[in-house]
Design a protein around this ligand. Structure first.
Ligand code: NAD
Length: 318
Protein backbone atom coordinates (compact mmCIF):
# COMPACT_ATOMS: atom_id res chain seq x y z
CA UNK A 1 0.00 0.00 0.00
CA UNK A 2 1.73 3.08 -1.25
CA UNK A 3 0.95 6.66 -0.29
CA UNK A 4 2.31 9.65 -2.18
CA UNK A 5 2.17 12.75 0.05
CA UNK A 6 2.95 15.13 -2.77
CA UNK A 7 2.74 18.32 -0.71
CA UNK A 8 4.27 16.66 2.38
CA UNK A 9 2.74 15.24 5.56
CA UNK A 10 3.60 15.93 9.21
CA UNK A 11 5.91 13.34 10.83
CA UNK A 12 3.04 12.31 13.16
CA UNK A 13 0.97 11.16 10.16
CA UNK A 14 3.86 9.55 8.30
CA UNK A 15 4.89 7.59 11.41
CA UNK A 16 1.37 6.36 12.05
CA UNK A 17 0.97 5.20 8.45
CA UNK A 18 4.33 3.45 8.42
CA UNK A 19 3.55 1.70 11.70
CA UNK A 20 0.43 0.39 9.99
CA UNK A 21 2.33 -1.06 7.03
CA UNK A 22 2.05 1.77 4.49
CA UNK A 23 4.94 3.03 2.39
CA UNK A 24 4.89 6.83 2.45
CA UNK A 25 6.78 8.91 -0.10
CA UNK A 26 7.01 12.63 0.64
CA UNK A 27 9.07 13.88 -2.29
CA UNK A 28 7.20 16.44 -4.40
CA UNK A 29 6.64 15.21 -7.93
CA UNK A 30 6.18 18.14 -10.35
CA UNK A 31 2.62 18.45 -11.62
CA UNK A 32 3.60 17.57 -15.20
CA UNK A 33 5.18 14.26 -14.11
CA UNK A 34 2.55 13.26 -11.61
CA UNK A 35 0.43 10.93 -13.79
CA UNK A 36 3.50 9.01 -14.96
CA UNK A 37 4.87 8.69 -11.42
CA UNK A 38 1.57 7.48 -9.93
CA UNK A 39 1.30 4.86 -12.67
CA UNK A 40 4.96 3.79 -12.49
CA UNK A 41 4.86 3.28 -8.73
CA UNK A 42 1.19 2.22 -8.58
CA UNK A 43 0.27 4.60 -5.76
CA UNK A 44 -3.16 3.92 -4.24
CA UNK A 45 -3.37 7.03 -2.05
CA UNK A 46 -2.51 10.58 -3.12
CA UNK A 47 -2.26 13.20 -0.39
CA UNK A 48 -2.14 16.89 -1.28
CA UNK A 49 -2.45 20.30 0.37
CA UNK A 50 -3.31 23.24 -1.88
CA UNK A 51 -0.36 23.14 -4.31
CA UNK A 52 -0.94 19.89 -6.22
CA UNK A 53 -3.90 19.89 -8.62
CA UNK A 54 -5.97 16.74 -9.01
CA UNK A 55 -8.01 17.30 -12.14
CA UNK A 56 -10.09 15.02 -14.38
CA UNK A 57 -7.15 14.07 -16.62
CA UNK A 58 -5.16 12.74 -13.66
CA UNK A 59 -8.19 10.92 -12.26
CA UNK A 60 -8.87 9.30 -15.65
CA UNK A 61 -5.22 8.38 -16.23
CA UNK A 62 -4.42 6.82 -12.84
CA UNK A 63 -6.57 3.70 -12.30
CA UNK A 64 -4.51 2.60 -9.27
CA UNK A 65 -5.80 5.54 -7.17
CA UNK A 66 -8.25 4.58 -4.43
CA UNK A 67 -8.08 7.63 -2.17
CA UNK A 68 -7.31 11.32 -2.48
CA UNK A 69 -6.76 13.16 0.79
CA UNK A 70 -6.50 16.92 1.23
CA UNK A 71 -4.64 18.07 4.33
CA UNK A 72 -6.67 21.17 5.21
CA UNK A 73 -10.07 22.55 4.25
CA UNK A 74 -10.68 23.93 0.73
CA UNK A 75 -10.81 21.27 -2.00
CA UNK A 76 -10.89 23.64 -4.99
CA UNK A 77 -7.66 22.03 -6.31
CA UNK A 78 -9.43 18.64 -6.63
CA UNK A 79 -12.26 17.63 -9.00
CA UNK A 80 -14.05 16.10 -6.04
CA UNK A 81 -17.37 15.06 -7.58
CA UNK A 82 -15.70 13.59 -10.65
CA UNK A 83 -13.31 11.52 -8.54
CA UNK A 84 -16.18 10.26 -6.36
CA UNK A 85 -18.17 9.29 -9.48
CA UNK A 86 -15.18 7.17 -10.46
CA UNK A 87 -15.30 5.41 -7.09
CA UNK A 88 -12.33 7.20 -5.53
CA UNK A 89 -12.68 8.21 -1.88
CA UNK A 90 -11.98 11.91 -1.44
CA UNK A 91 -11.59 13.42 2.01
CA UNK A 92 -10.18 16.45 3.82
CA UNK A 93 -9.37 17.40 7.40
CA UNK A 94 -11.62 20.40 7.99
CA UNK A 95 -11.46 20.73 11.76
CA UNK A 96 -7.74 20.29 12.41
CA UNK A 97 -6.61 23.78 11.51
CA UNK A 98 -9.46 26.03 12.68
CA UNK A 99 -7.70 27.08 15.87
CA UNK A 100 -4.49 27.91 13.98
CA UNK A 101 -6.31 30.17 11.52
CA UNK A 102 -8.14 31.92 14.37
CA UNK A 103 -4.83 32.63 16.13
CA UNK A 104 -3.37 34.12 12.94
CA UNK A 105 -6.45 36.32 12.61
CA UNK A 106 -5.94 37.54 16.20
CA UNK A 107 -2.31 38.37 15.46
CA UNK A 108 -3.46 40.38 12.42
CA UNK A 109 -6.10 42.19 14.50
CA UNK A 110 -3.51 43.21 17.10
CA UNK A 111 -1.18 44.21 14.28
CA UNK A 112 -3.78 46.35 12.48
CA UNK A 113 -4.75 48.08 15.72
CA UNK A 114 -1.17 49.40 16.12
CA UNK A 115 0.26 49.32 12.54
CA UNK A 116 2.92 46.88 13.71
CA UNK A 117 3.52 45.54 10.20
CA UNK A 118 4.36 48.96 8.77
CA UNK A 119 6.45 50.04 11.77
CA UNK A 120 8.37 46.81 11.27
CA UNK A 121 9.01 47.73 7.65
CA UNK A 122 10.16 51.26 8.47
CA UNK A 123 12.26 50.76 11.61
CA UNK A 124 15.17 48.93 9.95
CA UNK A 125 15.35 51.64 7.28
CA UNK A 126 14.66 54.84 9.22
CA UNK A 127 14.69 53.82 12.89
CA UNK A 128 18.12 55.32 13.64
CA UNK A 129 17.64 58.70 11.96
CA UNK A 130 13.90 59.33 12.19
CA UNK A 131 12.91 57.63 15.43
CA UNK A 132 10.80 60.50 16.72
CA UNK A 133 9.01 60.91 13.41
CA UNK A 134 8.17 57.22 13.31
CA UNK A 135 7.04 57.34 16.94
CA UNK A 136 4.56 60.06 16.00
CA UNK A 137 3.49 58.30 12.82
CA UNK A 138 2.66 55.00 14.53
CA UNK A 139 1.57 56.47 17.84
CA UNK A 140 -2.16 56.68 17.09
CA UNK A 141 -3.07 53.06 17.59
CA UNK A 142 -6.28 51.75 19.12
CA UNK A 143 -7.10 48.96 21.57
CA UNK A 144 -9.07 45.80 20.77
CA UNK A 145 -10.82 45.66 24.15
CA UNK A 146 -14.30 47.16 23.87
CA UNK A 147 -14.27 47.26 20.06
CA UNK A 148 -16.78 45.35 17.94
CA UNK A 149 -15.54 42.51 15.77
CA UNK A 150 -17.82 41.53 12.90
CA UNK A 151 -17.37 37.92 11.83
CA UNK A 152 -18.66 37.05 8.38
CA UNK A 153 -19.06 33.27 8.10
CA UNK A 154 -19.68 31.71 11.50
CA UNK A 155 -18.50 28.13 10.98
CA UNK A 156 -15.49 26.44 12.55
CA UNK A 157 -12.89 29.21 12.10
CA UNK A 158 -15.39 32.02 12.65
CA UNK A 159 -16.42 30.51 15.99
CA UNK A 160 -12.80 29.90 17.11
CA UNK A 161 -12.06 33.52 16.28
CA UNK A 162 -15.07 34.59 18.35
CA UNK A 163 -13.67 32.63 21.29
CA UNK A 164 -10.34 34.48 21.15
CA UNK A 165 -11.95 37.87 20.51
CA UNK A 166 -14.37 37.49 23.43
CA UNK A 167 -11.37 36.48 25.51
CA UNK A 168 -9.64 39.79 24.87
CA UNK A 169 -12.79 41.75 25.66
CA UNK A 170 -14.15 42.48 22.19
CA UNK A 171 -17.88 42.55 21.40
CA UNK A 172 -18.62 39.96 18.74
CA UNK A 173 -21.35 40.13 16.11
CA UNK A 174 -21.67 37.65 13.26
CA UNK A 175 -23.35 37.07 9.92
CA UNK A 176 -23.99 33.60 8.52
CA UNK A 177 -27.15 32.87 6.55
CA UNK A 178 -26.91 29.16 7.43
CA UNK A 179 -26.30 29.55 11.16
CA UNK A 180 -28.88 31.08 13.48
CA UNK A 181 -26.78 31.04 16.64
CA UNK A 182 -23.77 29.37 18.21
CA UNK A 183 -22.67 28.66 21.76
CA UNK A 184 -19.04 29.67 22.21
CA UNK A 185 -17.31 27.92 25.12
CA UNK A 186 -14.52 30.01 26.62
CA UNK A 187 -12.13 28.13 28.89
CA UNK A 188 -10.43 30.31 31.48
CA UNK A 189 -8.39 29.04 34.43
CA UNK A 190 -10.11 25.67 34.53
CA UNK A 191 -13.60 27.13 34.19
CA UNK A 192 -15.79 27.25 31.11
CA UNK A 193 -17.99 30.19 30.33
CA UNK A 194 -20.52 29.69 27.52
CA UNK A 195 -21.51 32.69 25.44
CA UNK A 196 -24.41 32.52 23.01
CA UNK A 197 -24.05 34.57 19.85
CA UNK A 198 -27.06 35.04 17.61
CA UNK A 199 -26.15 35.88 14.04
CA UNK A 200 -27.55 39.02 12.44
CA UNK A 201 -27.79 40.47 8.91
CA UNK A 202 -24.78 41.26 6.75
CA UNK A 203 -25.82 44.89 6.74
CA UNK A 204 -25.83 45.07 10.55
CA UNK A 205 -22.37 43.54 10.71
CA UNK A 206 -20.98 45.86 8.04
CA UNK A 207 -22.49 48.97 9.67
CA UNK A 208 -21.52 48.26 13.27
CA UNK A 209 -18.07 46.67 13.23
CA UNK A 210 -14.79 48.37 14.09
CA UNK A 211 -12.96 45.29 12.84
CA UNK A 212 -14.22 42.73 10.32
CA UNK A 213 -12.91 39.23 9.64
CA UNK A 214 -14.04 36.87 6.88
CA UNK A 215 -14.49 33.12 7.28
CA UNK A 216 -16.67 32.03 4.38
CA UNK A 217 -16.00 29.60 1.54
CA UNK A 218 -15.39 31.12 -1.89
CA UNK A 219 -18.90 31.84 -3.29
CA UNK A 220 -19.88 29.29 -5.97
CA UNK A 221 -20.42 32.02 -8.57
CA UNK A 222 -16.85 33.24 -8.03
CA UNK A 223 -18.13 36.74 -7.14
CA UNK A 224 -16.52 38.62 -4.27
CA UNK A 225 -18.66 38.85 -1.15
CA UNK A 226 -17.09 42.19 -0.22
CA UNK A 227 -16.97 44.81 -2.97
CA UNK A 228 -17.59 48.54 -3.34
CA UNK A 229 -21.22 48.37 -2.13
CA UNK A 230 -20.28 46.49 1.04
CA UNK A 231 -17.29 48.76 1.78
CA UNK A 232 -19.61 51.76 1.52
CA UNK A 233 -21.83 50.34 4.26
CA UNK A 234 -18.90 49.94 6.69
CA UNK A 235 -17.88 52.37 9.43
CA UNK A 236 -15.28 54.91 8.42
CA UNK A 237 -11.87 53.70 9.52
CA UNK A 238 -12.83 50.02 9.75
CA UNK A 239 -10.00 47.47 9.81
CA UNK A 240 -10.49 44.22 7.91
CA UNK A 241 -8.84 40.78 7.83
CA UNK A 242 -9.20 38.14 5.12
CA UNK A 243 -7.87 34.67 5.87
CA UNK A 244 -10.63 32.87 3.91
CA UNK A 245 -10.01 32.86 0.16
CA UNK A 246 -8.46 35.51 -2.07
CA UNK A 247 -11.50 36.34 -4.17
CA UNK A 248 -13.82 36.82 -1.19
CA UNK A 249 -12.75 40.49 -1.14
CA UNK A 250 -12.62 42.40 -4.41
CA UNK A 251 -8.99 43.59 -4.38
CA UNK A 252 -9.67 46.65 -6.61
CA UNK A 253 -12.44 47.77 -4.26
CA UNK A 254 -10.15 47.21 -1.26
CA UNK A 255 -7.42 49.40 -2.73
CA UNK A 256 -10.01 52.13 -3.39
CA UNK A 257 -11.44 51.85 0.13
CA UNK A 258 -7.93 52.16 1.61
CA UNK A 259 -7.26 55.18 -0.58
CA UNK A 260 -10.44 56.97 0.50
CA UNK A 261 -9.79 56.18 4.18
CA UNK A 262 -13.01 54.15 4.48
CA UNK A 263 -10.78 51.23 5.42
CA UNK A 264 -8.00 52.21 7.80
CA UNK A 265 -5.96 49.07 7.26
CA UNK A 266 -6.31 45.50 6.01
CA UNK A 267 -4.58 42.20 6.62
CA UNK A 268 -4.49 39.48 3.99
CA UNK A 269 -3.39 35.87 4.30
CA UNK A 270 -4.99 34.93 0.97
CA UNK A 271 -4.81 36.53 -2.46
CA UNK A 272 -6.63 36.42 -5.79
CA UNK A 273 -3.58 35.47 -7.80
CA UNK A 274 -1.83 33.05 -5.50
CA UNK A 275 1.03 32.31 -5.68
CA UNK A 276 1.74 35.61 -7.46
CA UNK A 277 -0.30 38.33 -5.71
CA UNK A 278 -0.45 41.72 -7.39
CA UNK A 279 2.31 44.16 -6.63
CA UNK A 280 0.14 47.06 -5.45
CA UNK A 281 -1.27 44.77 -2.76
CA UNK A 282 2.16 43.49 -1.72
CA UNK A 283 3.68 46.96 -1.41
CA UNK A 284 0.71 48.80 0.12
CA UNK A 285 1.69 50.41 3.45
CA UNK A 286 -1.80 49.85 4.88
CA UNK A 287 -1.91 46.14 4.10
CA UNK A 288 -0.37 43.57 6.45
CA UNK A 289 0.56 40.37 4.66
CA UNK A 290 1.14 36.71 5.35
CA UNK A 291 1.67 34.10 2.61
CA UNK A 292 -1.37 31.85 3.22
CA UNK A 293 -0.04 30.44 6.48
CA UNK A 294 -3.32 30.37 8.42
CA UNK A 295 -3.26 26.63 8.99
CA UNK A 296 0.50 26.29 9.05
CA UNK A 297 1.34 25.81 12.70
CA UNK A 298 3.34 22.83 13.90
CA UNK A 299 0.42 21.75 16.06
CA UNK A 300 -2.19 22.03 13.29
CA UNK A 301 0.02 20.17 10.80
CA UNK A 302 0.44 17.45 13.40
CA UNK A 303 -3.32 17.18 13.87
CA UNK A 304 -3.81 17.18 10.09
CA UNK A 305 -1.18 14.44 9.63
CA UNK A 306 -2.81 12.26 12.27
CA UNK A 307 -6.30 12.82 10.82
CA UNK A 308 -5.09 11.91 7.30
CA UNK A 309 -3.44 8.74 8.61
CA UNK A 310 -6.51 7.73 10.65
CA UNK A 311 -8.75 8.13 7.58
CA UNK A 312 -6.48 5.99 5.40
CA UNK A 313 -5.99 3.29 8.03
CA UNK A 314 -9.71 2.96 8.73
CA UNK A 315 -10.48 2.80 4.96
CA UNK A 316 -8.04 -0.09 4.49
CA UNK A 317 -9.33 -1.87 7.61
CA UNK A 318 -12.88 -2.03 6.19
P1 NAD B 1 -16.89 26.20 7.69
O1 NAD B 1 -17.59 25.46 6.62
O2 NAD B 1 -16.82 25.58 9.05
O3 NAD B 1 -17.55 27.66 7.87
C1 NAD B 1 -17.90 28.47 6.81
C2 NAD B 1 -19.20 29.17 7.19
O4 NAD B 1 -19.48 30.15 6.19
C3 NAD B 1 -20.40 28.23 7.28
O5 NAD B 1 -20.98 28.31 8.57
C4 NAD B 1 -21.34 28.75 6.20
O6 NAD B 1 -22.70 28.65 6.58
C5 NAD B 1 -20.89 30.19 6.07
N1 NAD B 1 -21.24 30.81 4.80
C6 NAD B 1 -21.33 30.25 3.57
N2 NAD B 1 -21.64 31.20 2.67
C7 NAD B 1 -21.74 32.37 3.35
C8 NAD B 1 -22.01 33.71 2.97
N3 NAD B 1 -22.26 34.04 1.71
N4 NAD B 1 -22.02 34.65 3.93
C9 NAD B 1 -21.76 34.35 5.22
N5 NAD B 1 -21.51 33.10 5.64
C10 NAD B 1 -21.48 32.13 4.71
O7 NAD B 1 -15.44 26.53 7.14
P2 NAD B 1 -14.14 26.95 7.98
O8 NAD B 1 -13.37 25.73 8.31
O9 NAD B 1 -14.53 27.87 9.06
O10 NAD B 1 -13.31 27.71 6.83
C11 NAD B 1 -13.71 29.00 6.40
C12 NAD B 1 -12.81 29.51 5.28
O11 NAD B 1 -11.45 29.54 5.72
C13 NAD B 1 -12.79 28.67 4.01
O12 NAD B 1 -12.87 29.55 2.91
C14 NAD B 1 -11.45 28.03 3.99
O13 NAD B 1 -11.02 27.79 2.69
C15 NAD B 1 -10.62 29.08 4.69
N6 NAD B 1 -9.37 28.56 5.27
C16 NAD B 1 -8.25 29.30 5.16
C17 NAD B 1 -7.07 28.85 5.72
C18 NAD B 1 -5.81 29.65 5.63
O14 NAD B 1 -4.73 29.07 5.66
N7 NAD B 1 -5.89 30.95 5.57
C19 NAD B 1 -7.02 27.61 6.38
C20 NAD B 1 -8.20 26.89 6.50
C21 NAD B 1 -9.38 27.38 5.94
Amino acid sequence: MKVLANDGIAPSGQKKLEENGFTVVTETVPQENLIQEINDKQYEVLLVRSATKVRKDLIDSCPSLKMIGRGGVGMDNIDVEYAREKGIVVFNTPASSSLAVAELVMSHLFDLARSVHDANRQMPVKGDKEFKKLKKQYGKGVELRGKTLGIIGFGRIGQYTAKYALGVGMNVIAYDPFMEKAIIPIEIAGQTLSVEIKTTSLEEVLKNSDFITLHVPMPADGKALIGEKEFNLMKDGVRIVNAARGGVINEDALIEALKSGKVKAAALDVFVNEPTPREDILTHPKIALTPHIGAATVEAQDRIGTELADNIISFYKK
